[in-house]
Design a protein. Structure first.
Length: 81
């Protein structure tokens, strides 16, 4: 499991600033979160499965736009809007 830090603008979905997500890639983690918090992924990822221009994702403090980025147990994921 990864710790996912949720920005204030998306906390209406999660009701928390930090949640746990499961998956081997960033996309899998976001899909796992969306299963528990419906609509969350759509606020981050558009209809073409691309990161929305106003959103940023960090895995292990590294900025990434690649949803195939590997995520390991214990990694921190930051969603920034």
């Amino acid at each position: 499991r990864s710790r996912v830090h949720v920005p204030t603008l998306l906390q209406s979905y999660t009701r928390a600033a930090e949640v746990e997500g499961q998956g081997a890639t960033l996309d899998a983690v976001l899909r796992d979160l969306d299963a528990r918090y419906p609509g969350l992924r759509f606020r981050i990822i558009d209809e073409q499965d691309r990161l929305r221009p106003h959103m940023r994702l960090f895995v292990r403090s590294q900025d990434t736009r690649d949803l195939a980025t590997t995520v390991s147990d214990g990694d921190e994921v930051h969603i920034v809007g």
